[in-house]
Write a protein that binds this ligand. Structure first.
Ligand SMILES: Nc1ncnc2c1ncn2[C@@H]1O[C@H](COP(=O)(O)OP(=O)(O)O)[C@@H](O)[C@H]1O
Ligand SMILES: [Mg+2]
Length: 251
């Protein structure tokens, strides 16, 4: 079974950046296969990874619902499996699945069980899964995702941000999805940010701080230019910080 690493937090707190750099770290490990899962409908994980996506899981669920007679000799289960394979973006070291945007309420309901089963089967082919979640953790609450080994909760360096991360952690604890360990990463930290002042606020979340990511001009520039974070210089502050966090998590 793969090691499942997930990233959650309020919008704009650096989840996608963190997830993309975790993927980069893991993909650099010799002989390891990584599956990146974009579970945020508003996300751009594919851009951060420099990949193009034709079809999302939501697209395939729509099609699966709409489809009349299945192709000859195919069960519905085989059809979902076939579609899942079609939604998978494959490269040398890193593959990507994008969940996409459900078209309306209840859209994830129908072939969820089939989808979950096939996703779990697919995941077995990888050493690592990295899941970039949306703020509401919809996929986790619907148990589309499988159990998580490590959940990173992101926050900016403000008291309000930390409180919000605390609520995300509470939400995670209330889910049926099992989460092994959980840690807080404070992102976009600028010189002069007083992390000490936040200590009490952080203690209240019950989360251990597993690391901080400094504000990095190159990340902003790459984002503006739509460039993949795999191209960031190895010595860039964000890359260094995320690699250190990855090692601390034990990846
Ligand atoms: N360490 C960092 N330094 C500077 N800017 C960052 C850093 N991490 C993220 N950003 C920027 O902050 C914005 C939000 O980051 P993103 O990773 O997309 O957050 P989320 O996925 O939580 O919405 C983006 O414009 C991104 O480029
Ligand atoms: Mg994002």
């Amino acid at each position: 079974m793969p090691f499942v690493l997930a990233v959650a937090g309020k919008g704009g707190t650096g989840k996608t950046t963190l997830a993309a750099l975790f993927v980069r770290y893991l993909a650099e490990r010799p002989g390891k296969a990584v599956l990146a899962v974009d579970a945020d409908p508003n996300s751009n994980l594919h851009e951060a990874l420099g990949l193009e996506v034709d079809q999302t899981i939501a697209d395939l669920l729509e099609e699966t619902k709409a489809v009349g007679p299945l192709p000859a000799g195919m069960t519905r289960s085989q059809y979902v499996q076939y579609k899942l394979q079609a939604a998978l973006v494959e490269t040398d070291r890193v593959d990507l699945l994008s969940m996409g945007t459900p078209e309306g309420p209840g859209c994830y309901c129908y072939p969820n069980d089939l989808l979950r089963g096939h996703m779990a089967e697919l995941a077995k082919a990888y050493d690592y899964l990295v899941i970039d979640n949306e703020a509401g953790l919809e996929h986790l609450s619907r148990r589309v995702a499988q159990d998580i080994d490590y959940m990173v909760v992101t926050s900016d360096a403000t008291a309000r941000g930390i409180r919000s991360a605390g609520r995300v952690a509470e939400l995670v604890r209330s889910l049926k999805t099992k989460v092994g360990r959980m840690g807080l990463v404070v992102t976009r930290v600028r010189a002069g940010d007083e992390l000490d002042v936040l200590r009490e606020e952080i203690a209240r979340t019950g989360l251990e701080v597993v690391g901080t990511v400094p504000y990095d001009e190159d990340v902003v520039r790459f984002d503006l230019e739509g460039r993949a974070l795999a191209e960031l210089a190895p010595g860039s502050p964000a890359v260094q910080a995320v690699y250190e966090i990855a090692r601390k998590i034990g990846l």
